[in-house]
Structure formats: C-alpha cells, structure tokens
Ligand binder design. Structure first.
Ligand SMILES: O=P(O)(O)OC[C@H]1O[C@H](OP(=O)(O)OP(=O)(O)O)[C@H](O)[C@@H]1O
Ligand SMILES: NC(=O)CC[C@H](N)C(=O)O
Ligand code: SF4
Ligand SMILES: [Mg+2]
Length: 576
C-alpha cells in the first residue's frame, strides 16, 4: 500500500513546491561566475571548477563549485575556469603520494559505484573463479582490479589499474601465476586515496611479525585520517593513500593473539562502513561492520562445496555457487583450511543501517542484496511512484532511462496501465561512468551512450523513469534528446527521493552543494532539467515499500541524518 504522496500534499499547501510545467524560454540562468562575481554568466550547463583559493596544494580541502559552461573556445570565462582546473589537476598530480586524502575527484555527474569483493577457499581454480566473480561485480568499480591467492601458505598478488579484463585478460600469465586453492579479489572505485595510483589498488598484501595478510575492502572509514595520524606518530610507514591500509597497520601492532583476535581488535577501532575480506596462509575471513552499510554474502560452490564470499549474489551465480546467507552486520566469519566456517560476533550489534541505494541504483537487478531481490525492489519503487505521481493530463508511453531505470519504469508502466517502450537505446560500448576531460565532449558523450527512438517518441506524451537525479545534467540532456526526437511532452519520474546529502560510507558522491536537489526544490529542478513535470518517490513511500525493515536502512543521502557522524568533513575529497 503506497503512502500518501508527500509532494502532492506539499503541492497543495505550497505553490513553490508544486509540480510545474515550464516553457523553454523561461529556462534562463541568472547565475554569475562564482569566481568573478562581477561577470555575468552566459553559460548554461553545470560543470565543475576548482576555486582558485584551493589551488594552493597546502590547502586543507578542495572546494568544487558548480559553474556553467559552453564551449571554452568561444567563452573566455570558461577558458579561464578550465585553465584553473588544469592547474589544480597538475598541482594535485604533483602532490600525489602525499598523505592520505583523495586527490582526484568525481569528474562526471554521477554517483559513482563503490567497490566489489570476492573470496574463495577450497577450490584449486580459486583465482580464476575469483576473476570471474570480479567480472560479475565490475559495475561496482572500474578503476582497478586485483587478486591475491594462497598456495601452500604463500600469498601471491596481481593488481592493476583498469577493468578486470584489462588487468587479467590481456596477459594470461597473470592468472596462471596466482596458484592455490584460496583467493580474494577486489574491484575498486575509490572513496579515499588517489584513483590513479597503482599503489591504491586492492587487495593490499602486507607482512607482519607472524606472517602475511591480504585485505579487500568495500566501504569507507570515516575516522581513517585520525587513525592514520596516530599510527604515523608511532612510527608506521604507509605505502598507499587509501583508508583501507590503516586496517593492516592496526592488525600488525595489535598485541593480542591469535590472528582473528587481532582482526577483531583492529575492527573495533574502525568507524564507518566496511565489508572486508582477509586472506592469510591458512584462513579466509569475512567481516561486516556493525551497521552493515555494505552488502556481503556467503555461498558454496555446487561442485565441491568451496566457500565463496561476494558483495552481491550475481558473483555467486556466475561461478555456480549457491547463496547461503549474508554475513551479518557486526559478524566475523572464519573459514579454516578445511573449509570449516565459524562465526564470531565482532562487537555489540547495532541496528542495521544497510545502504538503500544498493536497491535503487548500485547493485545489479539480478542480485539479491540485504536478503531482497533488487529487481523486485526497483519494480515496487516504480509502481509506488505511479500511484503517487501520475501525469496530471495523462500520457501515451513510459520509457526507462537504461540501464538502472529499467525495472522502476516497468513497475510504473504496469501500475499506471500505460505501454512500456524502449524509447532510449543504450550503447554497450560506453561505460557506466563515461568520463571525458571537457564538458563539450561529455555532452556529446550522452548522445553516444543514449540514442532516442524517434518512432516511439514522436508526437507522444512521454513519461521517462530514472532511478535517481544527482546533479541533474543527464536528465537535462535526456529531456532535450527526447524533445528533439519529436515528443510532445516529457514528464520525468524518479524512483527515489531527492538526494540532498553526500555519502560517507563508501559511495563517491559529489559534495552536497553540487547535488541539484540540495540547491533547489522540485519545481526548480524541473525547470532546470526542462521537463514538463517532475516527481520523485517520496521518502515516506520509499519506507512503506521497504516495509518493516525500513528502519534498518540508511537513508542519509535523502535526509542528512547520518547513522555514523561524518567526523572528517568531506573526507573523500580532502587533500590532507
Ligand atoms: O543526475 P545525474 O548527474 O545526471 O546522474 C544521475 C544518473 O546517473 C546514473 O546513471 P549512469 O549513467 O551512471 O548509470 P546506468 O547507465 O547504470 O544507469 C543514474 O542512473 C542516473 O541516470
Ligand atoms: N568504494 C569503496 O568501497 C572503496 C574502498 C576504499 N575506501 C578505497 O577507496 O579504495
Ligand atoms: S548515505 Fe545514501 S548512498 Fe550512503 S550508505 Fe546511506 S543510503 Fe547509501
Ligand atoms: Mg542511469
């Protein structure tokens, strides 16, 4: 049963939050250049620019501010801004290798993925299966990939920048070298530490007093700078600028024994999100933080009972492993060399705060995440949206924004009784996070990625369903594409609430100020993206859709109620 439509109630009481129609000529920008306020800003599209004050490499934080761009060649202001941005980039690259912080930024307009982890024990093909599992999780991180295997107590590692196919496909000898019947793997999208540094690609492998240990991490540690500073003060030397490395140092300096107790002691000092896999000479260990922000599941291979851990069940499916259960929040599972699994409670169990965005956007629809099939959740969000936000004057067709809008659009169409059509075709050869250095090329990139089907759109009142709006640039471009293809009306429907806050738990979001719904209300966003109407799924309806489990989900990017306070302000983007 859908909740009362929150925005409809707001619309009745407040004209400023009403869903509205806007004529294109009303869509002018009155903004001025934030860095030269005396100059009017004639530009239209948001891009990113680094404030000149942040050009100082010693600056404690980098400020990214939205400005408006067209072609730099035609526009001196943009040229100036791009020069500054170049300068900033060069400064940061020169500073790379410095302590801790992230020195690159979310260059496109998206919420970026997180990371994916896979671990296997008890199969002679462990590293090959691991690489297949990583392929299945490639949507969670495309910056780097790696595998550490264990053969007769000896740990071996191959890591590299790029996609799994680039790291392991180009040279078969890499996988051949990873012998042994246990392995862990990682695909990275960075939240802390430079994306372009090969040192930051996981799994990390380190030696300590009693042996070697490898770690693969999905999440983000909100207190890592504090921990790192403390460790460095007492002599630790870091190899990477990633938050994850602190875990290895904490294990190494722990005075307790055995190894599992060291892991527990280390994890007790961590704050934030962590789904971790550890590999040692004789064990595979899986840990999930007490809030369970990030997913982590366990399964077994049908053929031989090998134990498998993975971020999402799609990785289990690919390697013929049956899903057994989640690693529970706050739980530590130890798999010994004989495949025996023991469970330990890591620390007092807190109320779970699973990331609801896994259901909305991140996870693949064929995965089961937090015990729920992702495709079903998305379908329900879309169906609820249809109930609470039909198009006032009716519509002719519902189309999804591929890929992640697909199931929500299907739910919307079936609930509203409208035909569901594929009005946008997605190129399979353009990545999920398409990155180009200039805004102009990025604009073209959207057309490269999504092409309208004129025969479906021409003369129609079109409902376009997407999963989320972050900065709004993709939506504006899609609205324009659909209008250019002859649509009579374009109504955007978004199957999640407006995103108003950054994530500190393993998802690289733009700064709050750059999130379009943080800067303006629904009517403003509608005007900005140029649609005839716009509606988001209300938070109340999202919660109704999640049912009894709603309180066990994190919704902080919609509410800014952070379950773990983000102590280090903007940690993911700070240059320390
Ligand atoms: O408001 P914006 O800044 O435009 O960002 C939001 C868009 O980004 C994501 O799609 P993306 O293209 O990254 O991935 P997908 O193809 O898997 O949907 C998301 O699904 C929205 O479509
Ligand atoms: N997205 C993630 O889970 C990233 C893991 C880790 N914080 C890193 O930056 O490498
Ligand atoms: S803030 Fe948003 S993206 Fe981050 S964990 Fe919470 S729900 Fe997920
Ligand atoms: Mg999308």
């Amino acid at each position: 049963m859908a909740a009362a439509p929150a925005h409809a109630a707001a619309a009745a009481s407040s004209p400023s939050r009403r869903l509205s129609s806007f004529a294109p000529q009303q869509r002018g920008h009155a903004q001025r250049c934030p860095f030269s306020p005396s100059l009017p800003n004639p530009l239209r599209q948001p891009c990113h620019h680094v404030a000149p004050s942040a050009l100082d490499p010693s600056s404690s934080s980098r400020r990214l501010v939205p400005v408006y761009s067209s072609s730099a060649a035609q526009n001196p202001i943009l040229w100036h801004l791009q020069q500054c941005q170049q300068q900033q980039l060069q400064g940061e690259r020169a500073a790379e290798g410095g302590h801790g912080g992230r020195i690159e930024w979310n260059e496109d307009d998206k919420l970026r993925e997180e990371c994916g982890v896979v671990g296997i024990l008890g199969d002679p093909q462990a590293s090959r299966l691991c690489s297949l599992g990583l392929h299945a999780l490639q949507h969670r991180g495309q910056e780097g990939a790696g595998i550490v295997s264990c053969d007769q107590g000896k740990l071996k590692s191959v890591t590299g920048l790029g996609l799994v196919s680039e790291v392991f496909g180009s040279d078969p000898s890499r996988l051949d070298s990873l012998t042994g019947d246990s392995a862990i793997g990682h695909v990275r999208y960075s939240t802390a530490g430079a994306a372009s540094s090969p040192h930051n690609v996981q799994p990390f492998l380190a030696g300590y007093r009693f042996g070697h240990v490898a770690v693969a991490h999905n999440g983000n540690l909100v207190n890592y700078s504090v921990l790192r500073a403390r460790l460095e003060e007492s002599g630790s030397i870091f190899n990477t600028s990633s938050d994850t490395e602190v875990v290895l140092h904490l294990i190494a300096i722990s005075k307790t024994r055995p190894f599992v107790a060291r892991v527990v002691e280390a994890c007790e000092q961590l704050e934030g999100a962590y789904s971790l896999l550890f590999l040692t000479s004789d064990k595979l260990i899986a840990v999930r933080d007490p809030y369970g922000f990030r997913p982590l599941v366990m399964g077994r291979r049908r053929a031989n009972g090998a134990v498998v851990f993975a971020s999402e069940t799609c990785a289990l499916d690919l390697i013929d492993a049956d899903y057994e259960r989640e690693v529970n929040p706050g739980e530590l599972l130890v798999v010994d060399a004989n495949g025996k699994v023991s469970s330990l409670c890591l620390m007092p169990h807190r109320d779970r705060q699973a990331c609801v965005f896994e259901h909305i956007y991140f996870a693949l629809p064929n995965s089961v995440v937090f015990g729920r099939p992702v495709h079903r959740e998305r379908y329900n969000f879309g169906a609820t949206l249809a109930t609470e936000s039909p198009v006032p004057g009716g519509a002719d067709v519902v189309i999804p924004v591929p890929d992640s809008g697909f199931f929500a659009a299907l739910g919307y169409a079936e609930k509203s009784g409208l035909p569901f059509q594929q009005g946008l075709i997605r190129s399979h050869y353009v990545g999920r996070t398409f990155i180009q250095p200039s805004q102009e090329i990025r604009d073209l990139g959207v057309r490269l990625k999504l092409a309208p089907v004129r025969g479906i759109l021409e003369g129609k009142r079109v409902v376009v369903v997407d999963d989320s709006i972050v900065r709004g640039t993709t939506s504006s471009k899609i609205v324009r594409l659909i209008r250019d293809a002859g649509a009579k009306e374009v109504h955007m429907r978004i199957a999640s609430p407006p995103i108003v806050g950054s994530c500190y738990y393993g998802v690289d979001t733009p700064r709050s100020e750059e999130l379009i719904s943080n800067r303006m209300d629904v009517e403003g966003v509608c005007r900005e993206i140029g649609s005839d109407s716009l509606a988001f799924l209300s938070l109340d309806s999202l919660k109704v859709s999640l049912g009894e489990e709603a309180p066990t989900y994190c919704h902080a990017c919609f509410t800014q109620n952070y379950p773990v306070p983000p102590k280090e302000n903007e940690v993911a983007r700070a240059v320390l």
